[in-house]
Structure formats: structure tokens, C-alpha cells
Design a protein around this ligand. Structure first.
Ligand SMILES: [Zn+2]
Length: 198
């Protein structure tokens, strides 16, 4: 069901059936039984699923038989929701992703990881490192798989140790990047990241 030109009528809480509000007829549990959010509008509801609850099933039949009258002479049809009030004929992956993802405030280090000419594999590893989710010996210790730093023998192989408190990786880092950033590399993870950000 989709009313293209009426995108304001609430499915559950507005009176559009002569019998009254659906939320009163079905009860609060109705939203779960039909899988339709309490704040859904009629135009959001495109499928009424079957329910074992006979009362709900009877309501579904009443809704199906309800004559929907369009106030503008446009054909009824199913459309893709691209945003809160944006319905389109075509499916757009980015618009759908924005709706189903949980967005958070932008982090300070985002531009270190995500930039236009990034190599996706490197970005992903950098992202894991910044979130401290690399499979280091320290993290594997929590899973019962203790592992020392195989490069220098340090018992607690943490992210900060590898980048670049470890004397071996620090020496390697010096050889690879030298003073690429205009300053001596720092064995402290926090200082390295804040330099990269600035
Ligand atoms: Zn080490």
C-alpha cells in the first residue's frame, strides 16, 4: 500500500479507518505483530504480514479492503524510500545505507583513514589500529592465546608497543619514513597520531 500524495497520515495513531485508531484496535502489541513501527505513516507501509493472532488477521483484512482514494490523479505504486521525505522510483544504495546505519559524530582522525586516494586495504588496517582492534598479542591474551612480541621479546605486545615503542619496529619505521613528516618520528602512539592529524 502506498499513497504517493499523502505522506502525513500516521498508520497507527491517526483515525483513517471508520472503526478508530489502529493502535486502539490492535493494542500496543500490534506494532510488533505486524512489524510496523509505531510512528510509521501509511505511505511507509507496503506489506502487511500474516499473523497467527486472529484479531490482528481480521484487522489486516479490514485494512486491505479499505478503499484508498488518491487526492491527486496519479497511479498508486511502491517506491523506494531514499530519506525521511524522499521517495523515488529507483533504488539508491547510498540513500538506503544512510537510513539503516547508525551515524556518530565525526572522529578527529577520520581524514587519516578515509581520503579520496586511499588504498582500501591500508585504510581498513589503519582503522583497526586506531580503534585498537588489531589482533595483537595483548588482545589475544584475553582470548587465552598469549603471545609475546616476536620482534623484541616484550611480554605485552600491544598496539602502542608495535607502533612504535618496540625498538625493532621503531628502527624499521625510521628506515622507511625517516623524517617524512618534517619531524623525527616518535615512539609514542598518541604523539604520532596527533602529528598525522595536524
Ligand atoms: Zn617488540
Amino acid at each position: 500500500m502506498n499513497i504517493k500524495n499523502d505522506q502525513t497520515v500516521k498508520f497507527w495513531t491517526d483515525v483513517w479507518l471508520s472503526a478508530g485508531k489502529l493502535i486502539d484496535l490492535a493494542g500496543e502489541i500490534g506494532t510488533q505483530k505486524l512489524g510496523i513501527p509505531r510512528n510509521a505513516r501509511i505511505c511507509d507501509v507496503w506489506n502487511l504480514r500474516a499473523s497467527r493472532d486472529q484479531h490482528i488477521q481480521q484487522l489486516v483484512e479490514v485494512i486491505r479492503q479499505f478503499p484508498l482514494s488518491l487526492t491527486v490523479n496519479v497511479p498508486d505504486g511502491v517506491m523506494w524510500r531514499n530519506g525521511p521525505d524522499d521517495y523515488r522510483d529507483k533504488f539508491i544504495a547510498s540513500g538506503t545505507w544512510q537510513q539503516i546505519r547508525q551515524s556518530r559524530d565525526e572522529v578527529q582522525w577520520s581524514t587519516i583513514v578515509w581520503f579520496s586516494q586511499r588504498v582500501p586495504r591500508f585504510s581498513f588496517i589503519t582503522w583497526l589500529a586506531l580503534c585498537d582492534r588489531l589482533s595483537t598479542g595483548h588482545r589475544m591474551h584475553k582470548w587465552g592465546q598469549p603471545q609475546v612480541c616476536i620482534l623484541c621479546g616484550e611480554s605485552d605486545e600491544t598496539r602502542d608497543h608495535l607502533y612504535f615503542a618496540c625498538p625493532y619496529t621503531y628502527t624499521l619505521w625510521l628506515k622507511v619514513v625517516g623524517n617524512l613528516f618534517g619531524a623525527e618520528p616518535d615512539p609514542d602512539w598518541g604523539i604520532t597520531i596527533s602529528r598525522l592529524i595536524t
